[in-house]
Design a protein around this ligand. Structure first.
Ligand code: NAP
Length: 242
């Protein structure tokens, strides 16, 4: 039986991944911070629960350090907050987002990397935001750009142990995280579609898994625009990010 550990399994993309891998017959270790929330979300799903706040390194290392060997680790948990007033930069917000998305991910990696089987895989859930700078995304984008580099660098250092590393770069997915957004979200897809794209990419051993295709293509084309033109365009469009 293949095994997968998923962080942020209590809602959104992580929850759908837990449901789908369990339905496919995998042993699923579902991680979250709140037992009752996790139990409620995963009702009827065959999964082992793993409880910790990934911002608490001591707790994270202790809890994850007790895990058996795994075929797949998906570090998906994360948060998003926007910088509304760049001029009066909110350093506390910046720290919160970096602490969750980047430091929290590293806290999980510390006990887990040595528990991934030879031939296994680590997936980090980043974002398509890093294709180009978007307004208000200073904190979120910086945290996800950190994950981009982390994934590419780790891939080099883990290859000798035959552990693959995948960077997942979703566009807009309909989850509690994006339901807070008050701006248009082009190409938004369901968690079922996101889970399908991620599982397919991972099963094929892709180093980068970006979706949905049309949205990623649009971002990539925009990223090739001269910087001045992108600046001019962002001044004229509603402020949004993913
Ligand atoms: N939705 C999108 O459009 C989109 C696009 C690009 C990238 N992403 C990325 O996809 C990932 C999943 O996001 P989602 O959209 O599925 O959002 P979500 O429904 O809000 O799920 C995020 C999960 O992360 C968990 N989490 C947050 N901080 C944590 C901490 N300190 N310790 C343990 N767990 C923590 C949350 O647990 P609690 O329930 O306890 O808060 C929640 O289960 C995130 O990394 C996000 O940045 C999402």
């Amino acid at each position: 039986m293949r095994s997968v550990l998923i962080t942020g399994a209590g809602s959104g993309i992580g929850l759908q991944l837990a449901r789908d891998y369990a339905a496919d017959g995998w042993r699923v270790v579902a991680c979250g911070r709140d037992r009752s929330r996790l139990e409620q979300a995963l009702e009827g799903v065959e999964a082992e629960l793993c409880l910790f706040d990934m911002e608490n390194r001591e707790q994270t290392v202790r809890v994850l350090g007790a895990q058996a060997e795994l075929d797949l680790v998906i570090l998906n948990a994360g948060s998003c907050e926007y910088i509304d007033d760049a001029l009066h930069f909110d350093a506390a917000l910046f720290e919160r987002v970096i602490r969750t998305n980047l430091i929290g991910t590293a806290n999980c990696m510390a006990p887990l990397l040595a528990r991934i089987k030879r031939g296994g895989r680590l997936a980090l859930v980043g974002s398509s935001v890093t294709w180009l700078p978007l307004p208000r995304a200073e904190a979120y984008g910086a945290s996800k750009a950190g994950l981009d580099y982390l994934a590419r660098s780790l891939a080099l250092d883990l290859s000798h142990r035959r552990i693959g590393v995948s960077l997942v770069r979703p566009g807009f997915v309909d989850t509690p995280l994006t339901r807070k957004n008050d701006f248009p979200m082009p190409g938004r897809i369901s968690v079922q579609q996101a889970s399908h794209a991620i599982r397919r990419g991972l099963s094929r051993g892709r180093a980068e898994i970006g979706f949905p295709f049309g949205f990623v293509l649009a971002l990539r084309l925009l990223s090739w625009l001269p910087r001045g033109l992108w600046l001019w365009l962002t001044r004229r469009t509603p402020r949004s990010t993913t």
